[in-house]
Ligand binder design. Structure first.
Ligand code: BV8
Length: 234
């Protein structure tokens, strides 16, 4: 193999879910009753729910936005930031999470396929702005000056996730696909391991419990992300 090939970087795609932020104190979604912090998904994480009662939805996200600003990244976030800086690695970090803990641990170019809690978007003009405060019906768009038109910049059920083409291209040409802290219940993220297998890419799952996708992975390790991820990165 030509010398340059030995110098080529290993292409790794990592998908993270709520489990990687659990040890930071951010609640996961796996309520056995299928509720999200006591709310039906349809009521707080869908365009229909927002159209029905935007104040309820704002309050749901305002509480999560305040919480996320009180917590810190954990060892798993820091280990992935270290992996992203490793000379021999070309890391594509995709997250289902809407918190900013990967960035605060030092990761760059994080692909938030379900959007970002600390950003807001105008329904009328589409502008996306940083958002660390509570949103409400009274929120005014700083660009078009519209009222009651700001929404959380997150992907609700029935909405198209961000970056799917980029994610698909990265997975199909990866040397390894790794999922961390995800139950494999939400699509299309839950399909990524299948996309990887169809491309002959080795797959690894790091998760506290068996997930809906565990059987699809070549290898599945059980444990807390705060232990498994630093050990894997080492
Ligand atoms: C779309 C942002 C298409 C908002 C989120 C029927 C069958 C199949 C699919 C569907 C269907 N009906 C509808 C669909 C599609 C739907 C879907 O998948 N529904 C599910 C419920 C069946 N998907 C969509 O609607 C998506 N869009 O399909 O669009 C389309 C096509 C054309 C045109 C237009 C559209 C959009 C989905 C995005 C929804 N938004 N988030 C917000 O956060 O408020 S989803 C949200 O929930 C998260 O982002 C995440 O994706 C998901 C939760 O999953 P996890 O992250 O895995 O978290 P969870 O709590 O479930 O699991 C945590 C895991 O960690 C557990 O396994 C646990 O054991 C582990 N863990 C816990 N602690 C630790 C740990 N692991 C390690 N260490 C620890 N310490």
């Amino acid at each position: 193999m030509p010398a340059a090939a030995f110098l080529s970087r290993m292409k790794i795609v990592v998908l993270t879910g709520a489990g990687i932020s659990a040890e930071s104190g951010v609640p996961t979604f796996r309520g056995s009753d299928g509720l999200w912090e006591g709310h039906r998904v349809e009521d707080v994480a869908s365009p229909e729910g927002f159209a029905r009662d935007s104040q309820l939805v704002h309050e749901f996200y305002n509480g999560r936005r305040r919480k996320v600003q009180e917590v810190e990244p954990n060892a798993a976030h820091h280990a992935l930031a270290k992996l992203g800086r490793a000379r021999g690695v070309d890391l594509t970090l995709v997250t289902q999470n809407i918190d900013d803990l990967h960035e605060r641990a030092g990761s760059h170019e994080v692909l938030h396929m379900h959007g970002e809690l600390l950003k807001a978007r105008c329904k009328e003009c589409g502008v996306v702005v940083p958002c660390r405060e509570d949103l409400s019906r009274a929120s005014i768009c700083p660009a078009c000056r519209g009222i009651d038109c700001m929404r959380p910049h997150v992907v609700w059920f029935g909405e198209m996730p961000f970056g799917l083409d980029e994610i698909s291209a990265a997975i199909s040409s990866a040397d390894q696909f790794v999922a961390i802290g995800t139950s494999g219940r939400v699509y299309p993220a839950a399909s990524f391991v299948t996309w990887a297998r169809h491309s002959g890419v080795p797959t690894l799952e790091l998760n506290l419990e068996e997930s809906a996708a565990s059987g699809v992975f070549h290898e599945s390790r059980r444990g807390r992300a705060g232990e498994l991820v630093p050990a894997w990165v080492e």
